[in-house]
Structures are given as C-alpha cells and as structure tokens.
Design a protein around this ligand. Structure first.
Ligand code: SAH
Length: 396
C-alpha cells in the first residue's frame, strides 16, 4: 500500500475505451466453445436431459438396457465420481467402452489453503494450464462457495488482484459448475449450500457458459442448489442483467457499485464508461427481485459522508440492500482499508436514510482469499494480456 490517492493517476488500458452497448454487441461478448483437442464427447457440458438422451443412444447401439443411462447421469453431478472406472455399479467392460467415447473432465487442485477462520481457498489448474480460484466459506449451517467464471478479468477495477492480471479466456460450463463438483469429490466432501459468482472474472461477460452452469447448479438431477441460494455478482453488464432476469428461476443479483458517482466510479471501475451508474440503477430497479449492492470500502476514497448520502439515494432508487465490504489489501495497490469505526459510521449514515445495510465480515485474511490473490501469490504477477482474437470478449 503506498499513496491512497494514487488511483487518480490510473491509466486505463485502451481496450477499456468503452462506448455504449447495443443488444447485438452483447452477442459478441459471450463465449464460443474452445476447440476440443480430445475428440471424445464431454458429458459435463450437457444438461442432465441431454446427457441422458446421448447415453441412451449410446447404450441402445451397444444392446444395453436404457436404465444404464440414468445410472451414468447420476454419477455426473449428483453422486459424482472421478472417472468412469469409479462407476462400480456398471460392469467393467461398459466402463471401458464409455471411456472410449466420452470424457468427464476434472479440475486439478494446484494449491489448497485453510484460513484460521475455516475459510478454504483452492487454486485449480485447467486442462490448458490456466489457473482459477475457488473459495469455500463456512458460516453457521451454510457453506458458501465463491466461484470463478473467467480465467483473469478484462475489467481492471483498481483495487482487484484479478483485474491486474488481465483477461485470458472464458470458462466453459463444466469448468464453472465443476468447481462445485470438485468439492463433492474431496474426501471428506465439502457440502456446498450457497454459491456466489464472486471469484475471478465477470460472469455476465461469459453469459452463455454461466447460464449453462446455472442450469447445472440448480437442476435437481445435477447439483440441486436452490436458485435463491445462487448469487451472480456483476459490475453492471446491462445486457447480461436483462438475460439473467429472463431466466424463470429466482437467481439472485448483486451489483458491484463501489462508488456512488460516475466521476469516482470511472476512476475505480473503467467499465463505468460503458455502463454508467444511472443505467445500472435503472436496470436494477427493473430486475424483478431485490438486488444487493456490493461496496468495497476504500480508506479516504469512497467512505465519506457525502458518499453515504449519494449511495443511499441510489439504493433507494432501486430498493437495494447494501453490503459494505472491508478491502482485502493484498493486490489492491495504492489503497488502504477503511477503519472499522468509519465503516460503522458509514453504515449508520445509510441506515439513517432508510437503507438496509450489512457490514460483511472479512474472511480468509491470512490466505489471500480475495479475488485473484492466491493466483497472484502462486504464479506471480504478469502484465495484462490483450483479449484473444477469437471473440471471447469484445469490449473495444
Ligand atoms: N466481476 C464481478 C464478480 C467478481 S469480483 C463483480 O465485480 O461483481 C467479486 C467481488 O469482490 C466484487 O464486489 C469485487 O469488487 C470484490 N473485490 C475485488 N477485489 C477486492 C478486494 N481487494 N477486497 C475486497 N473485495 C474485493
């Protein structure tokens, strides 16, 4: 941490020279499937229905009874196994022929750290060598899993370790939902009750895969987590908010506000140039479920009374609940956390304005548990990369 005001001199990357979006532009912001080197079919990128249909056809062709398909589907997500060979309720020869035709890819644990407060952080290695983070946060009866939706992130929020590493690629459906699957495969398993998309990446800039993963997370024949227990956190990608609201399930929406005026927000979050506050608040007001504002408190930057009053107005305009988040200092160069007393005062000022507010406990301080911090610690910082050429993300 050096000069707390150094954010004023931030230079924004050229790719973040945003203009206003149109609905058709959004089509370019979603993922295209990457080329699969392995010609076998990936069963974990399919819905349970699609997997069952495919497996039925496969078993039928080899003269096997149809119920075998349901047996395999059960082992994809509900009672997952590490590989076909572990499907011991199937004859060995069938397991071998399944493995010739299909894959059920794993994510490899490259690092696992446990905080004194029980929070656990995982660094997963993906098939192409990329690394992503997942954090398991126990609280009372709940076990919340904070999952990643992209390797890296293009948004470059000034206080975020992931932003500093740049964007590499979107995750596929099975890599997103697979983070939960891997928890079930641990010995002993971690039983996840809640999901927050607050790991690496911007989920609404990878909507196709995130939407597929939401289906698997929620599906009774997959991970079976209630939609109200699944929160998508976004900087305010407007077309993505519309797409999320069009899903019939009651998934929750959190919006990272972090600054209550366009001037300040543009400095902290360059995405505000493309999606200004007024539009984000209007989208939140239209969302048919109550939204949460995320507000990371940055000492001397966004924690003054004037900010509380501005934030209260925004929250009231869309009936939002406000979560005040202590800054996790690792990776947030140039910022200091707001002192606890100032946070309490800020919360009081919001409450006095009639806004519901909570101060979030900081978890996993000793294990670099904030967005992107473990990966930075393990792999070192690297200069942000330009976006890939195959249409993963087009924000220019
Ligand atoms: N792109 C999405 C989701 C990933 S970030 C979003 O921005 O909402 C998830 C949350 O972690 C965001 O609210 C983000 O602002 C917050 N965050 C990032 N860096 C942090 C830090 N150093 N300390 C505390 N919270 C941080």
């Amino acid at each position: 941490m050096t000069d707390p005001c150094s954010f004023h001199t931030l230079k924004f990357n050229k790719i973040l020279d945003f203009t206003h979006p149109t609905a058709s532009e959004f089509v370019n912001e979603v993922s295209r499937p990457r080329e699969n080197q392995d010609s076998r079919e990936n069963l974990l990128d399919l819905t349970p229905e699609a997997a069952e249909t495919r497996l039925r056809a496969f078993f039928e062709a080899s003269g096997q009874p149809a119920y075998r398909a349901r047996q395999v589907v059960r082992h994809l997500w509900m009672v997952p196994v590490g590989g076909f060979d572990d499907m011991t309720d199937l004859p060995k020869q069938l397991r071998e022929s399944l493995a010739e035709q299909f894959v059920i890819p794993r994510l490899t644990i490259a690092a696992r750290q446990r905080s004194t407060d029980g929070t656990e952080k995982f660094l997963f290695r993906l098939a192409d060598g990329e690394a992503i983070e997942t954090v398991a946060i126990p609280e009372g009866n709940r076990m919340t899993l904070c999952i990643s939706s992209q390797a890296g992130c293009a948004l470059q929020c000034a206080f975020c370790a992931t932003g500093a590493m740049g964007f590499t690629r979107n995750l596929d459906v099975h890599e997103i939902a697979g983070q939960v699957r891997e928890m079930r495969l641990l010995d002993p398993p971690i039983k996840v009750t809640n999901i927050v998309f607050m790991g690496m990446g911007e989920p609404l800039m990878n909507w196709t895969a995130v939407s597929g993963a939401l289906t698997l997370l929620n599906h009774p024949n997959a991970l079976g987590i209630g939609a109200r227990h699944i929160t998508i956190s976004t900087v305010g990608v407007l077309p993505g908010i519309v797409a999320l609201s069009e899903r019939p399930e009651q998934f929750r929406l959190a919006i990272s506000i972090h600054a209550p005026s366009d001037d300040l927000r543009r400095e902290l979050m360059p995405i505000n140039i493309k999606y200004p506050l007024a539009d984000v608040i209007a989208a939140a007001a239209k969302f048919d479920r109550r939204v949460t504002f995320e507000y990371v408190m940055l000492g001397g930057v966004n924690d003054q009374e004037v900010h509380a009053l501005q934030l209260a107005k925004l929250a009231k305009d869309c009936r939002a609940f406000v979560n005040l988040i202590p800054l996790h200092p690792g990776g947030a160069r140039g910022f200091t956390p707001t002192p606890a007393e100032t946070m309490a005062r800020f919360a009081r000022e919001l409450r006095d304005q009639g806004v519901e507010v909570a101060i979030r406990k900081s978890r996993g301080m000793d294990i670099a548990a904030a967005c992107g911090q473990l990966r930075v610690e393990r792999l070192g910082r690297r200069p942000p990369r330009p976006p890939q050429q195959h249409g993963d993300i087009q924000v220019a």
